[in-house]
Ligand binder design. Sequence first.
Ligand code: NAD
Length: 267
Amino acid sequence: MTDSWYAGRRVVVAGGGGSGMGAAVAQLVRGAGAEVTVLDLREPDDPDGLAFERVDLGDPDAIDAAADTLGDRVDALFNCQGIAGSRPGTTQGDVMRVNFLGVRHLTERVVPLIPAGGAVASIASVGGLGWERRRETIDELLATPDFAAGLAWVEAHAEDLLAQVFPRTYSFSKQALIAWTMRRAVSAIEHGVRMNCSSPGSTRTAMSPDFPADGVDYISRPIGRESTPQEQAGPVVFLNSGAASYINGANLVVDGGNAAARTVGLL
Ligand SMILES: NC(=O)c1ccc[n+]([C@@H]2O[C@H](COP(=O)([O-])OP(=O)(O)OC[C@H]3O[C@@H](n4cnc5c(N)ncnc54)[C@H](O)[C@@H]3O)[C@@H](O)[C@H]2O)c1
């Protein structure tokens, strides 16, 4: 049911280069018969049957140029791009550009191309859970009308709220993504377009070395291992398919039970 929805659909996978979750999404939907365009700085390791555009998804002008090439219809958009921000020299602005401001900018460009019945799914993180406690602050950022205003807001908070690039800014970027997905889902559904996100736990990808080992161990409990990129791709491919036609504004936690264990006090 999930698979058959993709046959002949036009799908964009932002962050679908390399070999991580987005690459696994691209492979799944390609296998299901979709026409797939990957937007990323890195080419997919397995590029067969995929259209690829090299795009800096943290740069609004580059996003605009890429969006202009997508034609007049996109049935499903996946936002899988992201950086942890723990590499030396990475700034708060770098993290927020890619993980939130660029996702918002690209999605706003693509949503008008999505017909009723289509959908957007974005990959957030368990690092974004607990966003409700910061809702007032997050709402200030969400109220910024565009990329430039959002970046100005980030820069104004680089010395206080976002003083630490990792994990604080990473976590904030994912909190903003979850909260924005929920808000935007409410208006998008008026046009028949659904919008959801997922929150993965620790996953073995090129990004894994950017997370501290003790944190990875903790987030991998109780299941006792990291997930594979494929185990994260399946849930978002489901969210964007017709099999999820009544799911809107959801944040699907895909963490082997870590958040559940914390919520009920077992971890
Ligand atoms: N790996 C984990 O443990 C984990 C856990 C929770 C959430 N996540 C999130 O999952 C998503 C996928 O990450 P992943 O683990 O597959 O890592 P990954 O590094 O394999 O994938 C991220 C992709 O984003 C692309 N990207 C980064 N900056 C870009 C830019 N400026 N322009 C264009 N493309 C850019 C990379 O080239 C890469 O292909 C990310 O949003 C990440 O934050 C990862």
